[in-house]
Design a protein around this ligand. Structure first.
Ligand code: GLA
Length: 392
């Protein structure tokens, strides 16, 4: 029987390869999904998660590419007599498997949270010393994504601790996206790319624009560590949690310029039209999800303005002007000022030798070409974002 199974799986692999299909690489583009923490903190239960799964589909978020539904801290109950972690029996009375099955039945994926320390940040049982057992339990539950936090780790070695969990995940045989949440303390970008799909680069995001800008500034110098299968994670989104629409738009645009994981942190059951419009702007999402997987760079600044470029597939560029100030800024774009070669991707803008057509990704209007200078107004705490495509 065993021999037949081995033969069947071997033949399957052969057929898949012959058809040009390979199993989807985890994190080939930055992960897209939802997580409970930013909006709900510890107030989570199975009904909420059910409703979120339903909303992922009914709002169109799933169709826009968001696939993971991730529980964060505080889903835990105690471990059972054999040391296996169990969910809180009251708030998750049907168990975690029922939730992941429900997510899967809707074509979504399911994620869970743990912590490398003895306890999670909210004081629930952590994975320290239970890594293999926890990974096995998650695999049995059909989990697809594991976020591992860094509270209560005392003096343990970060690289070692996360390596143990990575190995535990691998031993289960179930592909599970591994998201490190070590806040950048031990420079995970230097070592986590070998075994994790993403790593947090900073402390927690707050629901205000100052925090968004501060996190953005802390990404300086990190772009060379990111790429398909291993991403810098500037933390989950606060879009829809109360910032004004211009700030939400700027936050979302910059996360896409950074090729950041797009993990929603709002109550998607009750979204305003504006929030839905930001989160489901397919052109802006396409910048984040671009197959080239090169993080954008801040090429220049001018007072409150920042000029960001991100090389995209097929010779295109994403170009974003961020206004950090509160007053609207007028600017005359002279493309010849932006002739440069990006050392990382080896791509050159070549504005002196070629002409690009310009598409505004927020207004969806085509705005001529790079042949001429261009007057733009960038509202306060907002962006103007373009896709530049070489003209044939
Ligand atoms: C840390 C993490 C957050 C969240 C909380 C949960 O602060 O950085 O993203 O997971 O813990 O307690």
């Amino acid at each position: 029987m065993k021999k037949i199974l081995v033969l069947v799986s071997f033949l399957c692999c052969l057929t898949m390869t012959a058809m040009g299909e390979t199993p989807e690489k985890l994190g080939a583009t930055p992960a897209m999904g939802w997580n409970s923490w930013n909006k709900f903190n510890c107030q989570i239960n199975q009904q909420l998660i059910h409703e979120i799964i339903d909303a992922m589909v009914s709002t169109g978020l799933k169709d826009a590419g968001y696939q993971y539904v991730n529980l964060d801290d505080a889903w835990h109950g105690p471990r059972d007599e054999n040391g296996f972690i169990q969910p809180d029996a009251k708030r998750f009375s049907s168990g975690i498997k029922a939730l992941s099955d429900y997510a899967h039945s809707k074509g979504l994926k399911f994620g869970i949270y743990t912590c490398a320390g003895s306890k999670t940040c909210a004081n629930y049982p952590g994975s320290l010393g239970h890594e293999y057992q926890d990974a096995l339990q998650y695999a049995r539950w059909g989990v697809d994504y594991i976020k591992e936090d860094w509270c209560n780790t005392e003096n343990i070695n970060a690289k070692g601790a996360y390596r143990v969990m990575a190995d535990a995940i691998q031993q289960t045989g179930r592909p599970m996206y591994f998201s490190l949440c070590e806040w950048g303390t031990n420079k995970p970008w230097l070592w986590a790319g070998k075994f994790a799909q993403s790593w947090r680069t900073t402390g927690d995001i707050q629901n205000n624009f100052k925090s968004v800008l501060s996190i953005l500034d802390q990404q300086q110098g990190l772009r060379k560590y990111a790429g398909p299968g291993h991403w810098n994670d500037p933390d989950m989104l606060e879009v829809g949690n109360g910032m004004p629409v211009n700030e939400d738009r700027a936050h979302f645009s910059m996360w896409c310029m950074l090729a950041a994981p797009l993990i929603l942190g709002n109550d998607i059951r009750h979204m305003s039209k504006e929030t839905a419009g930001i989160l489901m702007n397919k052109d802006v999402i396409a910048v984040d999800q671009d197959k080239l997987g090169v993080e954008g760079l801040r090429y220049a600044t001018d007072n409150d303005l920042e000029f960001w470029f991100k090389p995209l597939e097929g010779g295109d560029w994403a170009f974003c002007i961020l206004n950090r100030g509160t007053a609207p800024a007028k600017y005359v774009l002279n493309w010849q000022k932006f002739n440069f070669t990006d050392d990382l991707s080896k791509r050159a803008t070549n504005f002196d030798q070629m002409v690009y057509s310009i598409r505004n990704l927020w207004t969806k209007k085509n705005e001529g070409t790079s042949k001429r200078t261009k007057k733009v107004i960038i509202p306060g705490h907002d962006v103007v974002m373009y896709r530049l495509t070489p003209k044939k």
